[in-house]
Design a protein around this ligand. Sequence first.
Ligand SMILES: [Fe+2]
Ligand SMILES: [Fe+2]
Length: 439
Amino acid sequence: MSETTSTIPATVLFVDDEENILRAVNRLFIDEPFAVVTAASGTDGLRLLGETGDVALIVSDQRMPGMNGVEFLEQARTIAPDAIRMVLTGYADVTATIDAINRGGACRYLTKPWDDDTLVQTVREAVETYRLIRENRRLSALVEQQNAELQEWNRSLKERVLEQTSRIRLQNEDLRGVNERLAETFNGAINAFAALMALREQGVQDHSRTVAELSVGIARGLGLPAAEIETVRTAALLHDIGKIGIPDGLLYKDRQTFTPEERAEFLLHAVRGQAALDGVEALREAGLLIRHHHERFDGLGVPDRLSGNAIPLGARIIALADGMDRAIAKAVGNDPVGATLNAVKGAAGRLFDPELVPHLEKPARAMYGARAVQHVDEELEVNPGDLHCGMVLSRNVCSGTGLLLLDCGAVLTEHMIIAIKRYYALDPPKHGVYIRREG
Ligand SMILES: [Fe+2]
Ligand SMILES: [Fe+2]
C-alpha cells in the first residue's frame, strides 16, 4: 500500500446471514489498516451503507433470506457507487453469478469456504484500488482547481499589468508636461535675462541673440550633440550678463580709448557673469563657457590665458560669434558680411580657433542677409490689431524702451501676434509693426 493512499479512510462491509461467518471475518481483518463493518441482512447492509462513508468494498453473501445478494448489491450500487462489489457464496450458481455481475456490478466472485490468505489478499487489493481511485480523483480535482486558479491569476495579472502600464503612461505624460513647462520656464528666464542685458547695453540690443544664433549655427555645422548645442545657446545668450555690473561711463566708452585699468575692469564681466550664474546648477556648464568667452586662441586672452583646445569648445564658438557680431557693427562697404568674414579669417589662430572659422560663413550669411535693410516701398507699417498669421516681419519688433521681442524675417503666428499686442500695450513704441509687402 502506498504511503500517500494508506491514510485515506476506507471501510469494508461484509453482509452475511450466518453469524459465525461475520465473526470469522471480523477476526481475520482485525489488524488491517481499514475498518470492517458487518451486517446480517441486505436490509441492515443498506442501512449501514447509508450511515457509513468511505465504504471501499462490499462483500455480500448470495443466498440470504429476504433480500438476496444480487438484489442487495443492485441497491447498494445506487447508495455507494464508488464501492467495489464482490459476491461470496457456497453454491455454484451460474445464474446468480451472472446477475451479480450484470445487475449488482460485482467484479469478483468468491467461494465459501475461503482460503484466508486469498481472501485477505483480495480484500487488501480492492481497498488499495478504491484508495487509488479516490486519490486519483482528488489529484485530478486539485489540478483542475489549480488550473482554474492559474487562469484566474493570469487574467488578473494581465489586467494588473495593463492597469499599471496605463498608469505609468499617464504618469509619463504628466511628467513630460511638467518637463516641457520647466523647459519653457527655464528658456523664458534665460530670454528675460537676455532682454534685461539688452536694455542695459543700448545700441547693441540684438547682440546676445545674434551671438546665440551664430553660435548655434557654428555648433550645428560641427555636428555637436543637441544637449551641447543648447548649452552653447544658453551661454551665448547670457555671455555678457556680467556687464550689468559695469558702470555706465565704462560700458558706453569706446573700447579703443580704454586705459589698461579700464580694460581689465571691463573684461572682468566674463568672470562676474560666471559667478552670477553659479547659484543655478543647471547653468553652471554655460557659466564655464561664459567665463572663457574672452580667451584668445593664442593664449593672450582673459581671465585664465588659456590657449588652443584648452579653451572649452563652446567658449571658442561664442568668442568667434561674438567677434563677428562686434566687427560687423563697424563694417562698411557693399558687402559688410563678406568684409567682416575676411577680417575674422585674418584673426584665425590668433583670436579664434582656425578650425571653427570655416563654419561661420553659412550661418552669418543667412542671418545678416535676412536682416539687410528693406526698402521702404517693400514694407508696410501695420497696427498690432491688424496683424494676421503668416505676415513676415520686415524689421525687428521691439518695445518702446527697446526690448527686442521678435527678429526681422519671422513669420507671424497667433501666439506671436498676442505677444506683440501685449508688448505694445505695456511699453508702446512710437510706430506700428513693419511687415513685408506681399507679392
Ligand atoms: Fe563679452
Ligand atoms: Fe559680447
